[in-house]
Design a protein around this ligand. Structure first.
Ligand code: SF4
Length: 430
């Protein structure tokens, strides 16, 4: 078992509306002298943090955390205003078979455990249609990594259905959902080759892969990724870059609390920034916290602490800048989730009124009415969005085909958010 090397100082989080400083000096108050010029550069001078400055944030103490969060909030307000988004979705676990074994995962199943090897196209369409009836707009396909490479049963199932690989089948099911429902597919199938990404692109509004943590150390024996070749840093990064080369609107992010150091988190965020700087394709960055699950190798590992997540979110905003869409999943932080608005996030990610989070089945999504109430209590407006962010299709043509763009425009309001507003979902969930 990998032991966490992080010992965050304890702070007492207070759920309040983010303070709006009257001047920059207000939030420099009480900060350590080494941190003031760094925050001054990013907030006042509107400069990007260097790698060294970003890495210096690892030394933030509990005393400095509120100031760090305030600086991050100012950047968020500058780039995103006071709008916080979510994506009304259904979760379609096309297959839970996986060639990998991650130390924290309860999603994966072997053929003997799985009720079904793959969902059929009709079963996937059924879920999508049910989501459509509830006004959802995203069909999230989450599945295990290339199961046919480990299990003969997977290859046989695919062969009988007329496909060579899981990703070929995913492309087919995505196109069926796109053609037969109003839902927009968002594929999250793990690492992808150039050919696989290119095939999926026309039938997905966006795609994603979590970078998780770029740490070879976590791939050593005893680490959570020892038996997960898909989690090798170079493999994850390659998919991220390929998506950029192919102009795929892309979701990525980091997973914290699995034994990584703060330095490794910053290095992972810098890698995301570098890829986005080169290709401009990262539409959102998720900061996800580890939650221990019984019956896994990491079942006794402590959950990521709220203070540590706050620090990571604030650091992510400061490193990635005002224009990035930054997300924390509310279902993984049911008590504290509004707190992360004070550290610079502007998105809650996919929220489903229909399907569970199959990756974290113990963590129900909040009711959308509750999500709105708690978001507004912090001084923000909650808006539904499509699985592609407005800035990736409203005034440009390079990230969506003409057919996809027409569909996106038909489904969105003048600002690129899902038509009907949050009332549509609040009324449905009451
Ligand atoms: S986390 Fe993903 S890659 Fe790892 S075992 Fe689970 S399904 Fe497979």
């Amino acid at each position: 078992m990998v032991q966490t090397q992080i010992h965050p100082p304890s702070i007492a989080p207070v759920l309040t509306r983010p303070p709006v400083p009257e001047s920059f000096d207000d939030y420099l108050d009480g900060l350590s002298d080494w941190l003031k010029p760094i925050l001054h550069r990013v907030v006042e001078d509107e400069q990007e943090l260097s790698s060294d400055e970003s890495l210096a944030l690892t030394h933030t103490s509990a005393q400095n955390l509120p100031g760090l969060c305030r600086a991050a909030s100012i950047l968020r307000d500058r780039g995103k205003g006071r709008v916080v988004t979510f994506s009304p979705k259904v979760f379609i676990p096309l297959t839970r078979l996986c060639r990998d074994f991650c130390g924290y995962c309860t999603f994966r199943q072997s053929p003997t455990e799985a009720e079904m090897l793959y969902m059929t196209t009709e079963e996937a369409l059924e879920v999508a249609r049910a989501g459509q009836r509830l006004g959802c707009t995203e069909a999230l396909f989450t599945l295990g990594e290339h199961p046919e490479q480990r299990y003969a049963e997977a290859g046989e199932w695919l062969g009988k259905a007329g496909f060579h690989t899981t990703l070929e089948y995913l492309t087919h099911v995505s196109s069926e959902v796109l053609a037969n429902t109003s839902m927009l597919p968002h594929a999250n199938p793990g690492v992808m080759s150039r050919r696989e990404l290119a095939a999926l692109r026309p039938v997905n509004a966006s795609m994603g892969v979590m970078l998780e943590i770029l740490s070879e150390r976590l791939c050593f024996e005893g680490g959570p990724h020892h038996l997960a070749p898909s989690k090798r840093p170079s493999v994850r990064l390659k998919t991220l870059d390929l998506a950029g080369q192919l102009k795929v609107p892309f979701t990525t992010g980091i997973l914290i609390g699995i034994g990584e150091t703060r330095k490794e988190r910053i290095e992972s965020l810098l890698a995301i920034r570098n890829s986005h700087r080169q290709y401009g394709h990262v539409q959102e960055v998720i900061v996800q916290n580890f939650r221990a699950k019984a019956d896994t190798a990491m079942g006794d590992h402590p959950d990521a602490a709220t203070e540590d997540l706050l620090w990571t979110v604030a650091a992510a905003r400061l490193i990635l800048g005002p224009s990035v869409n930054l997300q924390v999943p509310p279902n993984l932080n049911q008590t504290d989730y509004p707190l992360f608005l004070t550290a610079g996030i502007n998105d809650w990610g996919g929220v489903s009124p229909l399907t569970i989070d199959y990756v974290n089945p113990e963590a129900p999504w909040p009711q959308i009415s509750k999500l709105r109430e708690r978001t507004e209590a912090m001084g923000f407006q909650l808006k539904p969005r499509l699985p592609i962010y407005p800035e990736f299709f409203m005034d440009r043509d390079d990230f969506a085909s003409p057919a996809m763009k027409k569909r996106l425009l038909d489904m969105s309001d003048g600002d690129g958010y899902a038509t009907g507003g949050v009332e549509r979902y609040v009324n449905a969930s009451n």
